[in-house]
Design a binder for this molecule. Sequence first.
Ligand code: NAD
Length: 447
Amino acid sequence: MSEGDGGAEPAARERIGVIGAGYVGLVTGVCLASMGYEVTLRDIDAAKVAALSDGQVPIYEPGLEDVMAEHASRLRYTLSLERMLDRSDIIFIAVDTPPTYSGDADLSRVMGVVDELERVGADERHILVMKSTVPVGTGQRVRAELDARGLGQVGYCSNPEFLKEGAALADFLRPDRVVIGSFEARHGDRVASLYEPLGAPIVRTTVPTAEMVKYASNAFLATKISFINEIANVCEEVGADVAVVANGMGMDSRIGSAFLRAGIGFGGSCFPKDVSALKQLAGNSGYHFQLLTSVIEVNELQKRRVIGKLKKHLGGLEGKRVALLGLAFKPETDDMREASSLVLAARLLAEGAEVCAFDPIVDSPTDRLKGVTMCASAEAAVSGADAAVLVTEWASIVGMDWGGVRSTMRSPVLIDGRNALDPLEMTRLGYVFEGIGRIPAHVEVPR
Ligand code: NAD
């Protein structure tokens, strides 16, 4: 049995449609195909649909290409909503819900799908399943719109997605839990039966509660990160080591060790926008979510603290060459949305520094990285630099020959923005080293 087989054949032969073949939609479709379901994915991006039909995966996600190829006979890609509806019973909506200028979620793609459905028509065999992360109340709004447009027979469920880019297949096929909110039990039952072969706990609830589980989960994880980052900042003031503090805290089963690594802040397509959307959602309903305001502010400031560390060692940054190692918002993805590297690069360029960068996957400078020189390797980026900053802890960068590259630098200042390197080892290799909240290497630590 391959990784994607999910353990058993589906009980009922529901046919699956997916609207939006991005990170979530594509993984959802490919994983459900690997579980034996017939899947039709619909996207509005003609280049994406053409690439997928050609067997090419337009995103970087480990393992996805292989599982997609293995189950190609059960996967169809189309630009046509009609064709997708024709071939599907349960339809996942996985369109993007980016932030608006106000910080609220932009629901225009979601509501656009409802407009299209009104035009094309759908019937009682169809259930819409919202996988996109949407503010609490969206399901009720969509339900009301469907009813008002003569689509009252179409079912609706909320089924938020919790996968992590970089580990998306395993997260989908071996989830900690599956959350399903429904207006009618019979619709929730059909969606639940899709997931039963996975053997994961299934949380059945109302639509608004399911929507809130997703926002509350992401906001809590973001809070954990900002909390440990603040502890790290205090550690720097008082001479304690946040890595050991986090380890000691994480051993407490009430706390847990996940999401306790201090660094230069969280980014990506989910945490920043979801935390801000929850804060706005609360504000719009009359509640000031004070804690989340701080979580966001701590995260913004954390990205900039690296500039202070560089200035401490280099003085002014005008004309200094700084190497950024890793650009994606985390390892094992090509996703640059809200990546800390974007803020760092912009700040460094504004200070007059020359910025050279390397990422194992992100190889073409986006508009937002204008002015940054892309290098062919981490070694090339570091060579001739006055300082290097580890921005994304790709294994290939963490494991590079740090001893060998040190002598190629103009000055050996190394800032570890992810606490992925050993301070003692780096100091021994001759670096002027700083992590985030790490104890200085000259302090003797009893072991
Ligand atoms: P994405 O931008 O990678 O993909 C969205 C896709 O939807 C794009 O391919 C776009 O062309 C397509 N699209 C837009 N309108 C469409 C329409 N009317 N019909 C068909 N296709 C349409 O976004 P993503 O990262 O996959 O995120 C999708 C949703 O899932 C968001 O709400 C996000 O918050 C949520 N989510 C994302 C992750 C993640 O790690 N990326 C994890 C959990 C939840």
